[in-house]
Design a protein around this ligand. Structure first.
Ligand SMILES: Cc1cc2nc3c(=O)[nH]c(=O)nc-3n(C[C@H](O)[C@H](O)[C@H](O)COP(=O)(O)O)c2cc1C
Length: 201
């Protein structure tokens, strides 16, 4: 099969055009293979360049069989406003990955600049992740952390495997924003945003 044909098939899969999913809008687990005529950049160079990128720090939370779970994640993006959709990218080696896959829902908690401790906490492998952490539960039982700059509650509508990770596309069903300044991550460090003065000419 030619690469072009293979790509057309993968695109159709990624667009979720199977009759079952057209009818039900249920989750679709797409197992995609990255195909390109050119070899990918080596991982070390890629990681080095990615350190220059700036990202908001989130804690992605979910709930499965009565237990809440969360992990620090910067791989988050808005996808569409109408319908409201976002995506997160989770390594399949994380504990969170199978839980999000099983639950079909997640909350993106954008940390505020005073919440570095939560960023560090949820990047670790604690068993008692939520001890002493104030939060409320959504209707479906996923934690919304108190004091976050913003939160988005999502229902998973697509799952796409890419390399070592899975892209979870979520339809946003509720959320909140605030004036709190967000925590950001840059060059391997947690940082705060600052407003630049516009110099008068
Ligand atoms: C600033 C920061 C951002 C991270 N972003 C992601 C991410 O977007 N996706 C991911 O899979 N892991 C990410 N990680 C790594 C996870 O937080 C880490 O593997 C965590 O231990 C996973 O927890 P779990 O095994 O309980 O799910 C990030 C870590 C840090 C410190």
């Amino acid at each position: 099969m030619s690469i072009a044909t293979h790509l057309r098939i993968l695109t159709a899969m990624a667009q979720n055009t199977s009759p079952q999913n057209e009818d039900t809008n249920m989750n679709c687990h797409v197992d995609s293979t990255v195909l390109s005529r050119r070899a990918p950049m080596d991982g070390a160079s890629f990681r080095s360049i990615m350190r220059s990128m700036v990202a908001g720090v989130t804690v992605v939370t979910t709930e499965h069989e009565g237990s809440p779970h969360g992990m620090t994640a910067t791989a988050f993006s808005s996808v569409s406003a109408d319908p409201a959709m976002v995506l997160i990218v989770l390594n399949r080696s994380t504990r969170t990955h199978p839980l999000v896959m099983a639950s079909g829902h997640f909350v993106i908690n954008l940390l505020s600049e005073s919440q570095i401790g939560l960023g560090q906490r949820f990047a670790g492998k604690l068993d008692n992740q939520f001890d002493g952490v104030p939060y409320r539960l959504t209707e479906r039982g996923a934690p919304v952390l108190e004091g976050v700059a913003a939160s988005l509650e999502c229902e998973t509508v697509r799952e796409i495997d890419m390399g070592t990770h899975t892209i979870f596309v979520g339809q946003v069903v509720s959320g909140h924003g605030s004036d709190a300044l967000p925590l950001i991550y840059h060059e391997g460090s947690y940082k705060a945003v600052s407003t630049l003065d516009i110099l008068a000419e």
